[in-house]
Design a binder for this molecule. Structure first.
Ligand code: ASP
Ligand code: MG
Length: 474
């Protein structure tokens, strides 16, 4: 069984939806898939705006947002479903959600406060609407389709906006509501991102949560594969906007994919695929605009990995901009113990998370994401020693599973970068990546030099392919 998840841009317009429908129809010839959808692109943001307007007394703005949401979906519905009877039924359903949304707006406006609970209910309408339209459109094309309210299956705790599933309940519900439908050949369409508490209150799993939904449902239903359909050709060797020669990578191990995601690649959040990792279900990242392209498969399956073995060292180079370096120095560190505890407790107190770090006996250098919190943090650190801050730097990470077994890689990396001023280096935190920090303005040069160093001789093995789209977006 296959789980197919389509992101917002893959279902954002009637024509995108048609494309997604044909991909689903194609898969359905070899067994009914479970289809998980995001909201149409832009709709979750618009719903958040709606909720904030309602919560801050701007009833008129909130109602205007709701009008835009209704228009977007009714226009799509009209374009995708032509049969008068089915069309009328679909319009009624769409209008039903909009009525509910407007009731919620008015309720929040009257109470004058947007609670986390009502916030999640606002957000849920995006997925409820996209799946309702998609299911009707597939039916119109003659497919046997079941629309499943995911709130019957994704039973979560009450942590609104970052709810987590209660596993035993979900497994049981997935087996009861979804499995029998798939077994009898009906395509099941359901919502990503949304869930509900045991007493039926709507929750959400956090922004971008639909990938997580797909991985969870896939693991509970023992899927053979999970497909994440997006608008890029999988994971690339480098950002093609900076390095036009970049290729898409056919196969990544789970640990490579996780490193890349943490290190700034925007394709998948590593935590979202953890449920698939634990069951060893391969996750395919595919482009709904170019369904014939092979995309990237993320797997630990030895057979799949060996089938696409790779003689090279580096698989991908990731960049994270908007970082800053904090250099801290204090003679009090010399020969003392316990100093670093004091030092890091300041970070904990300010809620700043440390990304890359390198220390000597009397100094510590580290990177954090640049934000307003950095100023407060620095003021507190100044009481403990000398602090310097460098803004506008980027972390670059060179990732590949075979780095751990190879000699001379750092040498190659840093001699390729002889034109670049390297501000900080870190290796060893993970054996599969070498990271360093440079000024943001030197990122293009550094990436081009590195990509050239590791890929100039071409793209060995069968694991790289030319992107069909030449894009690598969010
Ligand atoms: N619609 C939600 C969001 O925009 C969830 C998702 O798309 O994964 O965050
Ligand atoms: Mg997403």
């Amino acid at each position: 069984m296959t789980v197919m998840k389509f992101g917002g841009t893959s279902v954002g317009t009637a024509s995108a939806m048609k494309q997604a429908m044909s991909i689903v129809a194609d898969r359905a010839t070899s067994g009914a898939p479970l289809v998980v959808l995001s909201a149409c692109s832009g709709m979750t943001n618009l719903l958040i705006r709606t909720s904030e307007a309602a919560g801050s007394g701007n009833l008129r703005e909130a109602m205007e947002c709701s009008r835009q949401i209704r228009e977007h979906h009714t226009a799509m519905a009209a374009e995708l479903v032509r049969d008068p009877e089915r069309g009328a039924l679909l319009r009624e359903k769409v209008q039903g959600y909009i009525d509910e949304l407007e009731m919620l707006i008015k309720g929040v406006d009257i109470v004058g406060e947007l609670t986390p609970r009502s916030f999640d209910t606002f957000c849920s309408f995006g997925e409820l609407l996209s799946t309702t339209i998609f299911a009707a459109a597939l039916q119109e094309d003659g497919h046997e389709v079941v629309w499943q309210d995911v709130r019957q299956v994704m039973i979560t705790d009450g942590n609104f906006s970052s709810a987590r599933p209660i596993e035993e309940l979900c497994v049981e519900a997935a087996g009861r509501f979804i499995a029998p439908e798939l077994e009898s050949g009906r395509i099941v369409i359901t919502q990503g991102f949304v869930g509900a508490t045991q007493d039926g209150r709507t929750t959400t799993l956090g922004r971008g949560g639909s990938d997580y939904t797909a991985a969870l449902l896939g693991s509970w239903l023992h899927a053979g594969r999970i497909e994440i359909w997006t608008d890029v050709d999988g994971v690339m060797t480098c950002d093609p906007r900076i390095v036009p020669e970049a290729r898409s990578i056919r196969v990544l191990t789970f640990s490579e994919a996780a490193e890349l995601a943490y290190l700034g690649a925007k394709v998948l959040h590593p935590d979202t695929i953890a449920p698939a990792v634990s069951k060893n279900i391969p996750v395919y990242v595919l482009n709904s605009r170019h369904p014939a392209a092979k995309g990237t498969v993320i797997t630990n399956d030895q057979a799949l990995l060996e089938g696409m073995s790779y003689g090279g060292l580096v698989k991908s180079i990731a960049v994270k901009k908007g970082q800053c370096i904090i250099n801290f120095r204090s003679n009090r560190m010399l020969g003392r113990h316990g100093f670093l505890i004091e030092f890091f407790s300041v970070f904990a107190a300010e809620g700043v998370s440390v990304e890359m770090i390198s220390t000597s006996e009397v100094s510590v250098s580290l990177t954090v994401s640049d934000s307003g919190a950095v100023d407060r943090l620095v003021r507190r650190l100044q009481d403990m020693g000398d602090v310097e801050v460098e803004h506008n730097v980027a972390t670059v990470s060179v990732v590949g599973d075979s780095l751990r077994m190879s000699r001379g890689v750092s040498g190659r990396i840093f001699s390729a970068l002889k034109e670049v001023n390297i501000r900080m280096i870190s290796q060893g935190a993970s054996e599969i990546n070498v990271g360093f920090v440079i000024e943001e303005r030197e990122v293009p040069q550094a990436l081009r030099d590195l990509h050239h160093e590791f890929f100039a001789e071409g793209f060995p093995g069968a694991i790289f392919q030319k992107p069909a789209s030449g894009r690598n977006g969010e």
